[in-house]
Design a protein around this ligand. Structure first.
Ligand code: TUI
Length: 314
């Protein structure tokens, strides 16, 4: 067993969070991860409130274990989805792509644990002051919207700056990553890409297969010119996005080009025109396996590594 303050905070068996991914982390994956002893997290993305409420209710029917919702702060439905979390007594709210400081007091009052994803030391410190229960320090190895600091330097700097538990994310897909995160002072890990290739995940088989086949240099970033870099697998869609960025077209036009592209990849399995968001850890994913097996494998590999590391100490 690997038990950290994160396990006590959230009431989970293993210090493993499944990153909330729009279109990808739906009730099926969330229930599987929470039942496996980690924390499953619904990806609210830009989904309308009724859809999110339905997902929450289905998760509650599927498991008695704790679970969470991730709300990207650029969603047009942030306010309504926050209200749903309060009404439905969702155990954990995670956020991404901005500062949730204004929502923290209301969520805390409702007894909800708040775990923002941050990409900098400054925001981690600000959110600790606002009352966040923990932070996910997410390095730029991650998939989707990213910051600009890598996991290895980011995590220990956030650990040094705050007292609350820090969860490491970005580039982690196996027991070596969990052991490394603990060595950096993190209280746990969050993984997205690894869980896309869970059997229970409803992402299209074409998407899963592209991740399974990925190597160390298979992901690229695009969207720097509009201030929202996104990491995804290299494909014709990202090449076209990068080309358009260089033509100097307006931010609105480039955003319009990006609209609906994630759904195209995840739901329709269009690996040419869709955005195959994935982290650099895609190169570590070699199989599709049930969430329970993934969690158990990662924990037991990390245990073995942590126990054997002292062999190197004289
Ligand atoms: O949120 C993410 N990654 C995401 S959200 C997302 S949703 C989506 N995207 C496209 C189409 C449809 C749906 C896809 N990927 N990661 C968490 C994260 N947050 N990474 C970096 C940050 C971040 C960046 C800046 C957090 C805070 C921040 O703060 C700026 C400030 O206000 O100080």
């Amino acid at each position: 067993m690997i038990v950290t303050p994160l396990c006590e905070l959230l009431g989970i068996q293993h210090p493993i969070l499944q990153g909330g991914m729009a279109w990808v982390s739906t009730v099926e994956l969330v229930v599987a991860v929470s039942e496996a002893g980690g924390l499953g997290i619904i990806g609210a993305g830009n989904a309308p409130p009724d859809y999110v409420r339905d997902q929450v209710r289905q998760v509650k029917k599927g498991t008695d274990e704790p679970f969470g919702i991730n709300i990207p702060l650029f969603s047009p439905f942030v306010e309504a989805v926050m209200e749903i979390c309060i009404e439905e007594r969702v155990p954990v709210v995670a956020t991404g792509a901005g500062s949730p400081a204004q929502y923290v007091p209301r969520l805390k009052e409702a007894g909800i644990k708040v775990i923002p994803v941050v990409a900098s030391v400054a925001l981690a410190k600000r959110l600790e002051r606002s009352g966040a229960d923990a932070v996910v320090a997410e390095g730029m190895e991650s998939g989707g919207h990213i910051g600009d600091v890598a996991t290895l330097p980011l995590v220990p700097q956030v650990v040094d700056a705050v007292q609350i538990p820090v969860v490491a994310a970005g580039g982690i897909a196996d027991g070596r990553g969990l052991a490394a995160a603990l060595a950096l002072g993190a209280a746990g890990i969050q993984m997205g890409t690894r869980f896309i290739c869970a059997t229970e995940c409803i992402a299209h088989p074409n998407y899963k297969e592209k991740i399974r086949q990925a190597g160390d240099r298979s992901t690229v970033t695009a969207g720097h010119s509009i201030g929202h870099p996104v990491r995804a697998l290299r494909n014709p869609m990202v090449r076209e996005f990068a080309r358009l960025e260089k033509t100097g077209i307006s931010d609105e036009d480039i955003l319009e080009f990006g609209e609906g592209k994630l759904r195209l990849a995840v739901v329709d399995g269009d690996t040419i025109h869709g955005s195959l968001m994935a982290g650099q850890s895609a190169g570590l994913v070699r199989d599709i396996a049930p969430a329970r097996e993934l969690v158990q494998r990662i924990v037991s590999d990390a245990e073995a590594i942590l126990l054997s590391l002292s062999d190197h100490v004289r």
